[in-house]
Design a protein around this ligand. Sequence first.
Ligand SMILES: [Zn+2]
Ligand SMILES: [Zn+2]
Length: 132
Amino acid sequence: MKTDHPGGCLCGAVRYRATGASINDRICHCHLCQKALGASFNARMLFKIDNVAIEGPVAYINSSEGLKRGFCPKCGSTLFSRRESVGVMGITVGSLDDPSVFKPQMHIYVASKQPWVKIDDGLPQYDGPPPA
Ligand SMILES: [Zn+2]
Ligand SMILES: [Zn+2]
């Protein structure tokens, strides 16, 4: 398994490197992810904040009380979803240099998925957050 995950934004101003295995790999269909990414869903890998080294400017905005979305202030690529209370950070799979490392385990917030999205990968689906 690869344990070194470099990536960055569209314009190259922000580069990052996540090391170690991801905590989990999930696809989130919630409205906030759709808005933040301007996409139909958010495929993301979760890492400990301490395991992600970032170079370049990152702007953050709170999309909810505990969650900060990080993006490149120059090109707007959405890169991170940072939850400091538990020390973890999601990384958008599309911003990875090698997105093939993503091994999705489940779909969450499926109740708000876009209607055209048909899920036929056999993975567990949860209407809201994953079970604790
Ligand atoms: Zn950029
Ligand atoms: Zn979401």
